[in-house]
Design a protein around this ligand. Structure first.
Ligand code: GDP
Ligand code: ZN
Length: 363
């Protein structure tokens, strides 16, 4: 197996040197389960599990459990045993959400994704929304990946140019591509974004055609559910769904259940999910309800001061918080309105009953 087909390059090679000196081999995670990882190595697919030392590092918070897309240093061990995970190479990018179990820790959904395709649909339904696009873009920028806006189902649209211009004006520095997974046009442009062994991911609401695009990119004759066979104890085999795909000629695509359910722009997804580093700092602010806008003892302002928190990220945080505050206010108003509407027929009924009783009393 040529790892360059899976995104390996000279930079990773340099990064790996100290691990090579230990006799370890590189492997990329194509699927992560609770205790083990499916990886691809030069010698082929290998199941790997944390070595004792690595497990200890994870438990003490010094290392992160691997995620799909991570490059690992593996102790090859004999072929019939599981390889040992010794280290995770530093991530170039990271798509994460807040880990529900640990207040200040992010759960990494995918690592080393170079390019995020933000997919919408020009089906005159709810497949295209500028505010959603802007929010998603803020999340992508925080991850370190590049973004490309993909307007799918362009075959259903009479005014493609108009929508492209509208999207382009909302996100001037991001490429916008109109495509049709159904008719197959524009797909080659997406493919070209993955040239040079880059790894992409498709994000967008359900129904916009992400699966159709994945299939179009995989090409004919390739099953969307490329499976890997894992040898388990007692010689039995299980099949697991692979979550990192090769996109010919020279790219990869991440497609995991976690990411499919991950809608960073959904109301309530929470700023903490998008800005785990701000959330982690906020835990150290003197005031629990600190807004990080100049309060004394603010750990966020301090991190901005010493440069350990990126100012651009913090500005995005403030922008999204304003937007979210607005949405929460608006939801509050519509909820009050709905409550009023709910009681209207009952009030009418009570009035009617009262009038009837009055009439009946007179009769
Ligand atoms: P996902 O939920 O984002 O994965 O969306 P799917 O790939 O399942 O597609 C949802 C529906 O849209 C399916 O019925 C597809 O056949 C249809 N669809 C996907 N891409 C296109 C397209 O380019 N044009 C049209 N007209 N329909 C499409
Ligand atoms: Zn603060």
């Amino acid at each position: 197996m040529n790892l360059r087909d899976w995104g390996w390059n000279d930079e990773w090679f340099r990064e790996f040197r100290p691990h090579a000196a230990e006799g370890w081999v590189p492997g990329r995670v194509i699927r992560q389960d609770r205790g083990a990882c499916e990886t691809l190595t030069e010698a082929g697919a290998r199941t790997a599990e944390p070595s004792g030392r690595f497990r200890h590092a994870v438990e003490s918070g010094a290392a992160d459990m691997p995620a799909v897309g991570d490059w690992l240093a593996l102790d090859p061990r004999p072929d019939n045993a599981r390889a040992g995970i010794e280290a995770v190479l530093p991530r170039r990018t990271c798509l994460a959400r807040q880990d529900a179990g640990r207040a200040t820790r992010a759960q990494v959904l995918a690592a080393n994704v170079d390019i995020v395709f933000l997919v919408g649909a020009l089906d005159s339904g709810r497949g295209f929304s500028l505010p959603r696009l802007e929010r998603a873009l803020a999340m992508v920028r925080g991850s370190g990946a590049e973004a490309v806006v993909v307007l799918n189902k362009a075959d259903l649209c009479d005014d493609i140019g108009g929508f492209v211009r509208e999207a382009q004006s909302a996100v001037p520095d991001v490429p916008v591509a109109a495509v049709s997974a159904l008719e197959g046009w524009g797909v080659e442009e997406l493919r070209s974004w993955l040239a040079g062994g880059r790894t992409g991911v498709l994000l967008g609401p359900s129904g916009v055609g992400k699966s159709a695009l994945v299939n179009a990119l995989l090409g004919e004759g390739v099953q969307a559910t490329q499976e890997v066979r894992e040898a388990v104890a007692h010689g039995r085999h299980t099949t697991t769904r692979r979550e990192l795909f090769r996109i010919p000629p020279e790219g990869c695509l991440v497609d995991t259940a976690g990411l499919r359910e991950f809608q960073p722009w959904a109301a309530g997804a929470g700023l903490d999910a998008v800005f785990p580093e701000v959330a982690a700092l906020a835990a150290h602010c003197r005031f629990r309800d600190c807004r990080h806008e100049g309060e004394p003892g603010c750990a966020v302002q301090q991190a901005l001061g010493d440069g350990s928190l990126d100012l651009r990220r913090f500005e995005h945080f403030l922008h999204l918080r304003r937007e979210q505050d607005y949405q929460v206010r608006r939801r509050g108003e519509t909820a009050a309105q709905a409550e009023k509407e709910k009681w209207k027929p009952i009030a009418r009924l009570q009035k009617e009953l009262k009038q009837r009783r009055k009439r009946d009393g007179r009769a």
